[in-house]
Design a protein around this ligand. Structure first.
Ligand SMILES: NC(=O)c1ccc[n+]([C@@H]2O[C@H](COP(=O)([O-])OP(=O)(O)OC[C@H]3O[C@@H](n4cnc5c(N)ncnc54)[C@H](O)[C@@H]3O)[C@@H](O)[C@H]2O)c1
Length: 444
């Protein structure tokens, strides 16, 4: 499998000139007074250097690194690169001169822990990296410009020098790994979904985050897509009024499952992986789904037939109708066995206005829309893949730690995006019976 992947070591990471490196080195003893004096200046003028393993890199518009592929086909989502012109960095101001000491875990098919520019963030020091496979760990170390390696997450969490870990391991391990990180007194960011098929783990994870007092963030890429981010700003400004209907879909065809650690992708129920769609309601409104009825058609593809997978899952496409916490309705679907265009997309209809990726906003607020542009990114941090969402997720997580506030997407939003799919699959297996969904709320 590994031989199918492009080299993760991107050429754009090597392009900084000596003079730029010298300038950044000179700033490595950046004092608090200097910091305060320079807040408000352009990002390039600031020049926060990288400490620890990762060396200083770019100050201009950052380019996305090489995308993972199977054979010569780029994996869906990694073909959607966000804006790379310098305007994505314009106006960025740091909130601190501190470096958050980060560990990166998981370098499988998606080379994910290396794909979010943690190693390029001026407020991050990469302390160590890990993957169970030594060759993957070595590649991640090169990409993150870090020599310290651990053979597993379980070993890494014992390192007292690490403050925060990005977990990009296999989906079934996300909850267990996040709990392990939190138990060791560290902040954690996790690839989607927060939980995979287990409601018990959802409760355990929620309690672990609450008990720990640490930051938990789920890296739902849809949340920082241009359209969803804009919808959230307009929703917060009142531009939709009451939301009546939302819909979202994740279309990712595969005549067989993509490679994965211990085969977790082999025939799993589409509803177990619904967050790219559910984000189009939960991410916009911070509401939740309360009830669900889900239907599907038994799949024509062998790996998505109940007798052929460990999940006993007969579906390749499932469509869920949800009742929402604000009394509206929502249609969310995931399809793996229909050919045609791919999508991670959604739409919203409200009393005062509606929004789609293609048409933007239409409604009463069209002359008084708020600023919907995504926040500026630090120098060197690429918007990256999945519609230019990667860099924003990293920036939000690091800022939340530095500002000691809850990140977006917090644990309640993460579980309200992830758990409904588990119940939806149960409903589907019961012929569409309407079932109640557990609710998660932040405690403060
Ligand atoms: N748009 C998106 O948000 C998006 C896109 C792609 C992948 N993902 C998510 O990213 C995650 C990673 O995806 P992938 O395709 O690389 O998965 P994968 O199954 O190919 O790789 C998982 C990796 O985690 C490593 N791992 C497992 N347990 C570990 C441990 N205890 N310590 C250290 N390493 C461990 C494995 O060795 C493996 O290399 C998945 O959960 C997937 O759902 C999200």
């Amino acid at each position: 499998m590994e031989s199918n992947l492009n080299s993760p070591n991107s050429a754009d990471n090597q392009q900084q000139g000596d003079s730029e490196q010298e300038k950044l080195k000179g700033n490595s003893s950046f004092s608090r007074r200097n910091f305060l004096n320079t807040v408000g200046l352009g990002a390039a003028a600031l020049g926060l250097g990288q400490f620890g393993c990762a060396s200083p890199k770019k100050t201009a518009a950052a380019a996305a690194p090489a995308a993972p592929a199977v054979g010569n086909k780029t994996i869906a989502g990694f073909d959607e690169v966000g804006g790379t012109d310098a305007s994505v960095h314009e106006g960025w101001t740091p909130v601190s001169n501190r470096k958050v000491r980060v560990g990166l875990v998981g370098y499988g098919l998606s080379t994910f822990s290396g794909a979010f520019s943690f190693q390029d963030h001026p407020n991050v020091e990469i302390v160590a990296v890990s993957d169970l496979y030594p060759d993957r760990c070595d590649k991640l170390a090169v990409r993150a410009r870090c020599n310290k390696k651990y053979p597993s997450l379980e070993e890494m969490v014992k390192d007292d020098n690490i403050e925060a870990i990005f977990v990009a391991t296999d989906a079934p391990s996300h909850a267990r790994h996040a709990i392990e990180v939190l138990k060791h007194g560290k902040h954690v960011a996790v690839a989607v979904p927060a939980v995979f098929g287990s409601l018990e783990e959802a409760d355990e994870l929620y309690e672990a985050v609450k008990r720990s007092g640490k930051k938990y963030m789920m890296f739902e890429t849809s949340c920082y897509r241009e359209d969803l981010y804009a919808m959230k700003q307009i929703y917060d400004a009142g531009g939709f009024g009451k939301v009546i209907y939302t819909e979202g879909e994740y279309f990712h065809y595969g005549d067989k499952a993509l490679p994965s650690y211990k085969g977790w992708r082999d025939g799993n129920p589409p509803m177990f992986y619904l967050t790219h769609a559910t984000a189009y309601y939960v991410g916009v409104t911070s509401g939740s789904f309360t009830d669900v009825s889900c239907i599907g058609k038994p799949s024509h593809l062998p790996y998505l037939q109940g007798a052929n997978n460990r999940y006993k899952n007969p579906y390749g496409t499932q469509i869920a109708m949800f009742r929402t916490s604000d009394g509206g309705s929502s249609r969310m679907m995931h399809s793996k066995d229909t050919k045609g265009w791919g999508a991670e997309e959604g739409r919203l209809r409200g009393e005062l206005g509606s929004f789609s990726r293609q048409l933007g906003y239409q409604g009463d607020f069209k002359d008084k829309l708020p600023n919907t542009k995504r926040p500026p990114l630090p120098p060197g941090v690429a918007p990256g893949y999945h519609g230019g969402s990667h860099g924003h997720l990293t920036e939000e997580f690091i800022r939340a730690i530095l500002q000691d506030r809850q990140p977006w997407v917090n644990i309640a939003d993460a579980l309200n995006m992830s758990a409904p799919g588990i119940i939806a699959h149960q409903s589907c297996m019961k012929g569409g019976e309407t079932l109640k969904i557990p609710q998660f709320k932040m405690w403060s």
